[in-house]
Design a protein around this ligand. Structure first.
Ligand SMILES: Cc1ncc(COP(=O)(O)O)c(C=O)c1O
Length: 415
């Protein structure tokens, strides 16, 4: 039997959304997002107590939609931004007051200036960017950070890869030199950031990262006489894509970090994406031609892989897929495909699904709340889906309209 997971909405509610807004469409559960944000904030309350107005940040790149940002802001989260448009979205939505941690790379001068104007804490990715920030801003901000890459002493995973091969961050010696130069150039409160795991479930992995950060801060003090004023442990907490996995122990992860870092008595920041929104988004799609057969069975749907690009790009990606109303029907292995003219448009391969599936049936891809709509693209002129937020009282709103052909041609000349 295929694996299944509980859905927060009934089949009728999904039908209503599909009829109101069309498919494919991303559907978010506001109550679920709020509950996950609250759980994280509670679990990391020890870190909030140490912090100074800055706090748990939401990684905008996970679900960059103003209505979603408003929900997490309402719950008290700040924002981790990594690009100018992310800054513009947070600022334009009037949400910059809960704090911005700006972790960009290959950054133009004007973006550093903009981040600084918004009160964002600039986190440089490479030592070489320090002089650039100094020049672009006409001096350093009082608070700054540098991103640490521990290299071979820390293992990554299938999603993020090993730190040693990652383009992000600086070597320990470079971090220490960066902190020393920051202080020399006028910053009074300097910190270290890192982000080396993704969809990680093991508390011991977070404890290891925290220990590496603490040891580096101690080295900075011992070797360069620099007191590290704060640390950012990044994001990377996983979710249960597989229903048979144990629930992620958010509190255990937080405690693992706390035991390494709380004794330092300095502000500790976090920046989570997937753990906040990942489990609370669904891609709703309708079968167009039901099951068509050649060498395999192909279940044809009205989304292509452009809307769920992580199914093509993340080798470890796994998502539960339900055909609504066909639960318990006989199943067989099939490929789930859209209409893109590319053989990579194969969202699921040999997935056990009901052989009774008919054209018009609704399908739900679970756990599409983070790094999903955000990763979508327009290859082969496939349109990107809109987004709907279901409020705690069951009403729903369109928070991003679906793309149209006009959107595709909006940047071309000659039509
Ligand atoms: C710098 C940084 N912080 C936070 C995140 C959020 O990661 P996650 O959604 O895994 O928590 C990312 C994800 O790519 C990131 O690059």
């Amino acid at each position: 039997m295929s694996v299944s997971k509980e859905l927060p909405f009934t089949k009728d509610a999904f039908e209503d959304i599909a009829e109101t807004y069309g498919t494919p469409v991303f559907v978010y559960d506001e109550a679920g997002i709020r509950a996950s944000a609250q759980r994280l904030i509670k679990a990391f309350s020890w870190a909030e107590e140490l912090s100074d107005g800055q706090r748990n940040h939401f990684a905008v790149k996970a679900t960059p939609t103003p209505a979603i940002l408003r929900v997490v802001h309402d719950e008290g989260m700040g924002f981790d931004c990594s690009s100018r448009p992310e800054l513009s979205m947070v600022s334009g939505a009037g949400l910059a007051d809960t704090g911005i941690f700006y972790s960009s790379n290959n950054t133009p001068d004007e973006d550093y200036v903009y981040a600084n104007e918004l009160g964002g804490l600039i986190n440089i990715d490479k030592l070489g960017y320090l002089e650039q920030v100094h020049r672009a801003l006409g001096g350093l901000p009082t608070r700054m950070a540098i991103r640490y890459n521990p290299g071979k002493v820390k293992q990554g995973n299938d999603i993020i890869g090993d730190p040693y091969d990652s383009k992000f961050g600086a070597r320990p010696d470079q971090v220490i030199e960066g902190l020393r130069r920051m202080r020399q150039l006028g910053a009074t409160d300097v910190g270290i950031h890192t982000m080396v795991v993704s969809n990680e479930r093991r508390p011991e992995s977070f404890a290891e990262t925290a220990r590496l950060l603490r040891e580096l801060a101690e080295r900075a003090e011992a070797e360069a006489g620099v007191s590290v004023g704060f640390l950012n442990v990044g994001g990377g907490i996983g979710i249960n894509y597989h229903p048979d996995e144990d629930p992620v122990d958010i509190e255990g992860i937080s405690q693992a970090i706390e035991s390494e870092l709380a004794p330092m008595g300095i502000p500790i920041y976090t920046e989570h994406g997937r753990a906040v929104t990942g489990s609370h988004g669904y891609l709703l799609t309708r079968s167009t031609h039901g099951i068509q057969e050649s060498w395999h069975r192909y279940l044809q749907v009205d989304t292509s892989i452009n809307n769920m690009a992580r199914l093509a790009t993340v080798s470890a990606a796994f998502h539960v897929l339900d055909v609504l109303g066909r639960e318990g029907d006989p199943e067989d292995k099939m490929f789930v495909v859209g209409s893109m003219c590319a053989n990579t448009d194969r969202m699921f391969k040999e997935k056990l699904l009901p052989i009774t599936t008919q054209p018009g049936d609704l399908l739900v891809i679970h756990d599409a709340g983070a790094h999903s709509r955000a990763h979508s693209h327009n290859y082969n002129f496939r349109l990107r889906a809109g987004e709907v937020l279901v409020h705690p009282d069951g009403t729903h709103s369109l928070i991003r309209r679906p793309e149209t052909e006009d959107d595709l041609f909006a940047t071309t000349k000659g039509l």
